[in-house]
Design a protein around this ligand. Structure first.
Ligand code: TXE
Length: 499
């Protein structure tokens, strides 16, 4: 078991223009450990003046040292940063677990994996090439340049704080942009440790700025400041809509990743020994606090009773406890408001007539009574019309919805405003090909669930957002194309006619 040191009295600092600093106001806020329910760190509460300073520092760095650095040198910096993250992975993982309550095993896996993003995008930095266009005008040389956008604001959530920031920072920096990063007010501590590594790696001042504070206080400024070229956001859909609207005023580029209500679909021909743990991992791993949570289990009616019974039996054995204990399988909910939201949805599901098969409350165990826990909860015979089947809960709550055949499975799965991910469990090869074609989701897993990689694009269909993170093309989200025309023929222009 990893020791849990007492409340850090030290006041943490944020990074603005290469300077570690408190907020201009001198204010701090407490970050809570979801397992103890107590504050454990003091984080600067940035105001609009701090946000402005960070954006101005990023704008200056973009015009200065960063702009003139060769792409190869930029890529090497990203790789050096990757090495530092690899060295510090364990420390970062423990900070993340203390700050957001997610399992140490999961945060270790993420923190050890993050360097691959910086190596991959670092490697791409000097492969950003333009084209020579065989232009249809004699004597004219036309080529394209792919250039960075400028200052990118990255706004990130609490559920996988460093991983989701990495998905933005790695391609944004590789493309030559500078960044102002605002982590969630519920998980800023690991972000501060991460930012220190950018400094240690040797990034020029102002290229990466970290502003800690409340979205409700500085979010709007970080989006609307005239020097911001693009906003990359992951969070809830209500906040995402607001960010999009604010960004529209300044015609900023935006990418949004907004969660979902993903269907994890089990056909009668599935290998049940894989499908049942697959359903469990889709929802109870990470205590359901993942954008790709398979929160709707669609189960073919002929195996409905068998799957429901096995699911309940399997989920009942999940060990709930201290997320710093590697044996724990279900940790607390990250925030107290989020726990209330989850318990409210459980009440709603009951009042809508869903049958509760497991959980439905905070655990009774006095050893974990101070933590923000909710038991793994399963509702059976859920109808797609119920709110529990339509709205994102973002907690350990699974709805089982029966279906008759492939057509009905597709209809139910696609009957959602969201479209982030889907899972299909089948042994039928044709079905394994047909289903991904027809599912309206940005990621589809067949006979597996919840895998992501720096190599493969990730993002939403419909109201799960737009833009893609990860994979080669993610770097295009942080570039713009310029067309350059050169008259190589010394011709004298005809002034009043378009050439
Ligand atoms: O998210 P917010 P919250 C969903 C999930 C959850 C719900 C609410 O359903 O229950 O969202 O969670 C910043 N301008 N997801 O309230 O507010 C905020 O400071 C600019 C899904 O914690 O969306 C944080 O840095 N920024 C999800 C970030 O937005 C603003 C992950 C995300 O917080 C802002 C998290 C504003 N006006 C929650 N207000 C996913 N897609 O994985 C807040 N923020």
């Amino acid at each position: 078991m990893i020791a849990r040191p007492p409340l850090a009295e030290e006041k943490l600092e944020m990074l603005i223009g290469g300077r570690w600093t408190a907020a201009a106001s001198g204010d701090y806020f407490e970050s809570f450990d979801p397992f103890t329910g107590k504050p454990w760190a003091l984080v600067p509460r940035a105001g609009v003046a701090d946000a402005d300073q960070a954006i101005e520092a990023a704008a200056e760095a973009f015009r200065g040292a960063w702009r003139t650095m060769t792409a190869t040198a930029r890529g090497q910096l990203l790789c050096r940063f990757a090495d530092l993250v690899a060295e510090e992975a364990e420390t970062l993982a423990v900070l993340e677990t203390r700050d957001n309550g997610k399992l140490i095993n999961e945060m270790r896996m993420q923190c050890r994996y993050i360097p691959q993003w910086f190596r991959f995008f670092g490697g791409l930095a000097d492969k950003i090439e333009g084209r020579v266009i065989p232009i249809d005008k004699p004597g004219v040389f036309n080529y394209t340049r792919r250039e960075p956008l400028g200052v990118v604001t990255a706004i990130t959530p609490w559920n996988s704080p460093l991983m989701l920031a990495t998905w933005k920072l790695a391609p944004a920096l590789a493309a030559g942009n500078t960044v102002v990063w605002k982590p969630s007010e519920f998980s800023s501590v690991s972000a501060i440790a991460f930012a220190k590594l950018f400094e240690k790696a040797g990034f020029p001042k102002g290229v990466v700025n970290l502003v800690t504070g409340f979205g409700s206080e500085i979010g709007d400024r970080l989006v609307t400041h005239p020097a911001v070229a693009k906003v990359a956001f992951t969070g809830g859909d209500a906040t995402g809509r607001r960010v999009y609207q604010s960004a529209a005023g300044g015609l900023k580029k935006v990418t949004l990743e907004l969660g979902g209500k993903s269907a994890n679909i089990v056909f009668a021909d599935a290998k049940m020994e894989a499908a049942v743990p697959g359903l469990v991992s889709g929802i109870f791993a990470a205590t359901g606090q993942t954008c790709i949570a398979g929160s709707r289990a669609l189960v073919q009616r002929s195996v409905y009773d068998e799957v429901a019974e096995k699911l309940v039996a399997f989920a009942r054995t999940a060990r709930i406890g201290d997320p710093l204990d590697p044996e724990t399988q279900v940790g607390p909910i990250t925030t107290e408001p989020q726990r209330r939201k989850v318990l409210d949805y459980i009440d709603i599901a009951r009042s809508e007539g869903a049958s509760q098969l497991l959980g439905g409350k905070a655990p009774d165990d006095p050893a974990i009574a101070s933590g923000w826990f909710v038991e793994p909860t399963i509702f059976g015979n859920v109808a797609q019309s119920m709110r529990i089947a339509r709205e994102e809960v973002f907690g350990p709550v699974l709805s089982i919805i029966p279906f008759e055949d492939e057509e009905e499975a597709i209809a139910i799965a696609n009957d959602s405003i969201y479209g982030l991910a889907a899972g299909v469990w089948t042994q039928d090869l044709g079905r394994a090909i047909r289903m991904p074609e027809r599912l309206e989701a940005g990621s589809v897993w067949v006979n597996m669930y919840r895998a992501t990689s720096y190599l493969s694009p990730f993002g939403g269909y419909k109201q799960s957002g737009f833009g893609r993170e990860n994979g080669r093309t993610a770097i295009d989200e942080y570039l713009q194309e310029k067309s350059v025309w050169i008259d190589a023929g010394n011709s004298i222009p005809a002034p009043f006619v378009q050439r």
